[in-house]
Design a protein around this ligand. Structure first.
Ligand code: GUN
Length: 287
C-alpha cells in the first residue's frame, strides 16, 4: 500500500511564512509580540528545547526573552519572576520549561501564570476551557497534530481514534480535540487490557507513549492513519519515535516521520499561540 507522509517540517515552514507576514503587519502598527521562556537548572534536553524555541521566535519576528535560573532557585523567586512577567506589557506569552527541579511544585508554578499569557495551555483555566470545547489556547502538540491531519485533507469526524498515552500535555488534550471534531475516541495507557487489539481497531492511531518502537506493525489496521508523538533516543543517540516506521508504512495510509513530523508542529503552534495572545492583549488593552 502506498502511504502519504504527513510532513510536519514542511507544514511548519509554511505556517512560519504566514506568521512572519502577520508579525510584520503587527510590527508596522507598533505592536511587538513577545514570548518569555523560563528555564530552571541544567537539564540538557530542556536546554535544547529552549534554544530551538528562541530560534523559532527569531525566524518569525517574535521577541523572545530568556530567563535562565540556577538549579537551586527557590519557589518564591520563581513565582516572583512569573508575577513580574504577568505584569510586563512586552510579554504576551510565558513558557516555563518542564520538567522543573524536584523541589519546585510544577502545578503551583503553572497556576501562577496569567491564563491569558499561558501559551502552553497548561493552566487549569485553559485546560477547563478546552474540556468544554472553547479553547483559548490549545496545547501545542495536540493542536499541531490536528493541523497536520487537516492539512492532509483528512477528517477525524466519525473515525475510531485511539490515543495511546494519557498525559496532561499530550494524551488527554489530544483526545479532547478529536472528540470536539466528532471522532469516537479511546484513550489507552499502561493498564489497558489487550492494547494491541484496541489499537488494531483504530482508523487513526496516536502514539504518545515515550518508548522507542513500541508500536509494531501488528498494532495497526491496514489503511490506518498513524501519528507518532514519540521522541526517544536510541542507544546511538539517534531520535526515534514510538512507532516502527519502516514496517508500519507498508500498512498505513498516512504516517508521520520522526523526526520531521509532530515535533516541528509543536514548535509552530507555540508561535501561533504567542501571536494569538498578542492579538488578544492588543484588543483587550492588556499590553
Ligand atoms: N517540556 C517538554 N515539552 C514541553 C512543552 O511543550 N512545554 C513546556 N513548557 N515544557 C515542556
Amino acid at each position: 500500500m502506498s502511504y502519504k507522509l504527513l510532513d510536519g517540517k514542511d507544514l511548519a515552514a509554511r505556517m512560519k511564512k504566514d506568521m512572519l507576514k502577520e508579525v510584520e503587519e503587527l510590527t508596522k502598527a507598533g505592536i511587538f509580540p513577545g514570548l518569555a521562556v523560563v528555564i530552571v537548572g541544567n537539564d540538557p534536553a530542556s536546554r535544547i528545547y529552549v534554544n530551538s524555541k528562541k530560534r523559532d521566535c527569531e525566524e518569525v519576528g517574535i521577541k523572545s526573552f530568556e530567563y535562565s535560573l540556577p538549579e537551586q532557585t527557590s519557589e518564591e523567586e520563581l513565582l516572583g519572576l512569573i508575577d513580574a512577567l504577568n505584569q510586563d506589557p512586552a510579554v504576551d506569552g510565558i513558557l516555563v520549561q518542564l520538567p522543573l527541579p524536584k523541589h519546585l511544585d510544577e502545578a503551583k508554578v503553572i497556576r501562577r501564570i496569567n491564563s491569558e499569557k499561558d501559551v502552553d495551555a497548561f493552566h487549569p483555566y485553559n485546560v477547563g476551557e478546552l474540556m468544554i470545547g472553547r479553547p483559548v489556547f490549545a496545547p501545542c502538540t495536540p493542536a499541531g497534530v490536528m493541523e497536520l491531519i487537516k492539512d492532509a485533507g483528512l477528517d477525524v469526524a466519525g473515525k475510531n481514534c485511539v490515543v495511546v498515552g494519557r498525559s496532561n500535555i499530550v494524551g488527554k488534550p489530544m483526545a479532547m480535540l478529536m472528540l470536539h471534531d466528532n471522532a469516537t475516541v479511546t484513550i489507552c495507557h499502561s493498564k489497558t487490557k489487550d492494547l494491541k487489539a484496541v489499537c488494531k481497531e483504530a482508523d487513526i492511531l496516536i502514539a504518545a507513549i515515550g518508548r522507542a518502537n513500541y508500536i509494531t506493525a501488528d498494532y495497526v489496521k491496514e489503511g490506518a492513519i498513524v501519528i507518532d508523538v514519540g521522541m526517544n533516543r536510541n542507544s546511538e543517540g539517534k531520535v526515534t519515535g514510538d512507532v516502527d516506521f519502516p514496517a508500519i508504512c507498508e500498512k498505513a495510509s498516512a504516517i508521520t516521520p520522526v523526526p520531521g513530523g509532530v515535533g516541528p508542529m509543536t514548535r509552530a503552534m507555540l508561535l501561533k499561540n504567542t501571536i494569538k495572545a498578542c492579538n488578544m492583549h492588543k484588543n483587550y488593552g492588556l499590553s
